[in-house]
Structures are given as C-alpha cells and as structure tokens.
Design a protein around this ligand. Structure first.
Ligand code: SAM
Ligand code: DTB
Ligand code: SF4
Length: 311
C-alpha cells in the first residue's frame, strides 16, 4: 500500500544510518547494486522558451545567458548519439525548450527517434506538454521513454512556475502512459522547498499507477540570471536522504542522480549510490549547463566497482 505523506515525512526524520541501511537493502532486493544506467542528454532546440520556470536558463523571460538555436537536424542528432554510445551511454535523451511541440515538431523528433533506435540505443524525449495524439505519434516511432518532471510538490509548484500548472503536467503524464511509453518523471531539490515539499514530491511520484520507471532527482543548478540563482545550497546529507526516501518509496524504479553532480564530491555521490541511486547523466553538458567530468566519473566507477549497463 502506498505510504501517506506523513509516513514519508517520518522516513526523512529517521536517524541517517537507519534510513540508509534500509534503503540500501531495498535497493539490493530490486537491483544489482553494481549496475548503473547511463543516459546522455542533448538539447535539440535551445533557449527562447515562453515558459517561466524559475530554475531554467532557457526561459526567454530570464537572462540565463543561453544562446538560442533552432531544432537540430536528424544528422546532427545522430552524430551526437553515436558519440554518446561510444562513451558508454545506453539511453539518449533529447530535450527541447518548448512549452510543447507543434505537430510538425513531433514529426521531426519521430524521425530522430527512428534513427537513434537503429543505433541500438534506448531513446527518451522531453518536449514539454503534449496534446492529444502526440504521445501516440512518438510511441509509433519507437520512442522508449518520455521525460516530464513534476519538479516539486503541488504546494510549492506555483512559487516556481506560473505559466502552466501542476495538473497540466499530470495530464501530459497520463497521455504518455496511455500511449504505452515508459515514464521518466522526477523533480528538483534545493529550490528553497521544505522537507515536507520533498516528501510530497516523492509521495506524488509513488502514487502514480504504475509509478514512473525512471525517476530523475535533480539538484538545482543555480544559474545566473534565473530567479533561483541565489538559493542557498541544500545540505548534502539532506540530498542523500531524499535519494534514500525515493528508493524506499519507488523500490523498482531507476532513481537517477541527475543535474547537479558537477558540484558534488565523490564521497557525496558515493553515498547517493549507496542510498539507491542507480542511474546518471554522462556527457560534457546536461542540456545547457556543464556536467560532471567524464574522467572523474570513470575513476569513481573503477574505485567503487560500478559498471555501466549495456545498451
Ligand atoms: N521544456 C520541456 C519541459 O520543461 O518539460 C523539456 C526540457 S526542461 C529543461 C527538462 C527538465 O530539466 C525540467 O523539467 C527540470 O526538471 C530540469 N531542469 C531545468 N533547469 C534545471 C536546473 N537549473 N537545475 C536542475 N534541473 C533543471
Ligand atoms: C531531468 O530531470 N534533468 C535533465 C533532463 N531531465 C532533461 C535536464 C537538466 C537540465 C539542467 C540545466 C541545463 O542544462 O540547462
Ligand atoms: Fe521552458 Fe522547459 Fe525551461 Fe520550463 S524547463 S523554461 S518549459 S525549457
């Protein structure tokens, strides 16, 4: 039975070692703890977004210092996907700075999806809100995952984003599910939300039926020119707790240590893996922000005895 919000808050409040021990046990029962799934991101359409998400440098309402560029060609995207595969990624994730795609955009992305699937990579797209029929068109092209984050609790959402609401996000997620796509849905921590908001984010994800197969937990990348640029950094161990609670409440989902790894020490990432994170983004960039260094990632994998899941 799904845990209530107060039960999830109580998990956050547990002594750190009790929480980690239990989360690691659940992790081991559902996964081989040496396996890490690796995704690589590519921004296929950058900047100039009409939405006002407070964390995002790609909003045209913020001065996030991002250079705008139109939709890439299939050839450009395939070249990046080949490189990602050569570097060990099993999934290629395409992001576009749209409120949502036009039907012509969906057609263009469907072409990219077909070409990338032919390389033997899993595909994921994050294109914003989907209208009737668009998820089906992506599923017909062979798209594996659709990423659409709820970002934070229903209560805190309106403090961060004003141009679309929480229920708009849920509606797209249900369209994605109905079309038979796998769901990648998570959130961002470190945006000034309370522990209760973090618990409510996880409660919302765990209540989805079925829960998302892939759950990215992003640590806010504080980008100059965005409204959240000056947020204080979240306590590192509170971030580890968030991963552990996500693992306990979403035992069979891949929990991704997503944005924000470039500012984390090896030791902090190690605690996150122990707490149940078993997926990450590799590659020079996230969408527009720099990512953790690839050499440092390989060294950490070697020293922990972790291995990338094959494509
Ligand atoms: N425009 C589409 C949308 O918002 O659904 C897709 C791309 S959008 C950049 C994908 C996700 O990236 C957002 O939902 C958010 O969770 C995450 N994100 C964006 N900026 C971020 C930041 N500065 N730090 C952490 N995560 C971020
Ligand atoms: C997700 O949860 N995080 C990724 C991916 N899904 C699309 C995006 C992170 C973006 C970080 C800021 C940037 O690079 O612009
Ligand atoms: Fe646009 Fe997506 Fe950025 Fe929001 S998160 S401003 S919808 S690109």
């Amino acid at each position: 039975m799904a845990r209530s919000l107060s039960e999830i808050e109580a998990l956050f409040d547990r002594p750190f070692f009790d929480l980690l021990y239990e989360a690691h046990g659940v992790h081991r029962r559902h996964f081989d703890p040496a396996d890490i799934q690796i995704s690589t991101l590519l921004s296929i359409k950058t900047g100039g977004c009409p939405e006002d998400c407070g964390y995002c440098p790609q909003s045209r309402r913020h001065d996030g210092g991002v250079e705008e560029s139109p939709l890439l060609t299939t050839a450009e995207v395939v070249a990046a996907a080949k490189e990602a595969k050569a570097r060990g990624a099993s999934r290629f994730c395409m992001g576009a700075a749209w409120r949502g795609p036009k039907d012509a955009d969906v057609k263009a992305v469907a072409d990219m999806v077909r070409a990338i699937s032919d390389l033997g990579l899993e595909t994921c797209a994050t294109l914003g809100l989907l209208r009737e029929g668009q998820a089906e068109a992506l599923a017909d092209a062979g798209l594996d995952y659709y990423n659409h984050n709820i970002d934070t609790s229903r209560e805190y959402y309106g403090d961060v984003i004003h141009t679309r609401d929480f229920d708009d996000r849920l509606k797209t997620l249900s369209r994605v599910r109905k079309a038979g796509l796998k769901v990648c849905c998570g959130g961002i921590v470190g945006m000034g939300e309370s522990r209760r908001d973090r618990a409510a984010l996880i409660a919302e994800l765990a209540a989805m039926d079925p829960p998302p197969e892939s759950v990215p937990i992003n640590l806010l990348v504080r980008i100059k020119g965005t409204p959240l640029a000056d947020q204080p950094r979240i306590e590192p161990l509170e971030f580890v707790r968030t991963i552990a609670v996500a693992r306990l409440c979403l035992p069979a989902s891949r929990v991704r240590l997503a944005a924000g790894r470039e500012g984390m020490t090896d030791e902090l990432q190690t605690l996150c893996f122990f707490a149940g994170a078993n997926s990450l983004f590799a590659g020079e960039k996230l969408l527009t922000a720099p990512n953790a260094d690839a050499m440092a990632d390989s060294a950490l994998f070697r020293s922990l005895g972790l291995r990338a899941l094959p494509a």
